[in-house]
Ligand binder design. Structure first.
Ligand SMILES: CC(C)(COP(=O)(O)OP(=O)(O)OC[C@H]1O[C@@H](n2cnc3c(N)ncnc32)[C@H](O)[C@@H]1OP(=O)(O)O)[C@@H](O)C(=O)NCCC(=O)NCCS
Length: 263
């Protein structure tokens, strides 16, 4: 997984420029309290990692399918992945006062990082099974889907990890961060976006931004060597939903796409 993450990191830093997003420039207010959404500066990378890591490794639906990691490998792999996204300069966070209470990590995803990527083995003992299996599923699906060809782009704005502190859920923060992220991507010149939603919640949130589902893979039907890989997913997350949209740098920034999955 580490080498896979390294390959994904290669092109992640080139598109970081000063943010022009009106949503972010205005430090837009959430539904309640003194919460605002803004781009993540380098000085807050550590705080965002400290916020997002426990939420993902405990609450994200697929993380609940594998035994707890006792070696620290899962956390290291997750940090490496999250850090490549932070270094892209395309990530946003929600602050309650000065405390990070939410994050939406995004990055540029180039055709070569998907189409030219070899599929990682699912049973490499040196890799954490959660992260290796998620990477394997996503690469397999996207090599077959090839949204680059379908939408005629070489690079996607990929909305990756989305998290909100349990104390702050249900106030529209995830939706606000997702919208701000897509507006940021549009303002930075990206013309298409995709998101791999591992739960019904994130698929619903990305759908409300204007993104459209282009492929759905039921976890019960995703098998390697005839065995279901993601067992015991919580009821809220029975499928991977791939969402996509076109982007433009004027309102509305998110344009729906109608794509029939070819797999
Ligand atoms: C999923 C998560 C990001 C939602 O954050 P949130 O700030 O509570 O979400 P929002 O308040 O912005 O919800 C916006 C919409 O999403 C939908 N939604 C939110 N949580 C949902 C859930 N658990 N199940 C189904 N839909 C959900 C609702 O339609 C909601 O709209 P509403 O105004 O009609 O209620 C948060 O619970 C979390 O961090 N979970 C753990 C990490 C994770 O699973 N991330 C997603 C995978 S990438």
């Amino acid at each position: 997984m580490s080498s896979f993450m390294g390959a994904l990191a290669k092109n992640g830093r080139s598109l970081s420029r000063n943010m022009t997003s009106s949503v972010l420039r205005g430090n837009s207010k959430a539904k309640s309290g003194d919460i605002h959404v803004q781009q993540v500066p380098e000085s807050r990378y550590r705080d965002v990692l400290d916020h997002i890591t426990p939420i993902f490794l405990q609450d994200e639906p697929l993380s609940q399918c594998f035994p707890h990691c006792t070696t620290g490998q899962r956390e290291r792999d997750f940090h490496e992945y999250a850090e490549t996204q932070l270094r892209s300069g395309l990530c946003v966070m929600a602050l309650d006062g000065s405390t990070v209470v939410g994050a939406c990590l995004s990055r540029p995803l180039k055709r070569d990082q998907v189409i030219g990527c070899s599929i990682p083995p699912s049973d490499d003992p040196a890799e954490d099974p959660l992260i290796a299996n998620v990477a394997r599923m996503l690469i397999t699906v996207h090599q077959q889907l090839n949204l680059f060809e379908t939408l005629g782009v070489d690079t996607f704005f990929e909305v990756g990890l989305l998290s909100v502190e349990p104390s702050h859920t249900g106030r529209g923060l995830a939706l606000k961060m997702a919208r701000a992220s897509l507006e940021l991507g549009a303002s930075q010149g990206f013309r298409a976006a995709k998101a791999d939603c591992t739960s019904a919640a994130s698929a619903s949130i990305m759908g409300r931004t204007g993104m459209m589902p282009v492929h759905r893979l039921l976890y019960d039907e995703y098998k390697i060597d005839n065995r279901v890989v993601f067992k015991k997913t919580p009821i809220r997350g029975p499928a991977l939903t791939v969402m996509a949209a076109r982007l433009q740098d004027i309102q509305p920034h998110v344009l729906p796409v109608e794509i029939k999955s070819k797999i």
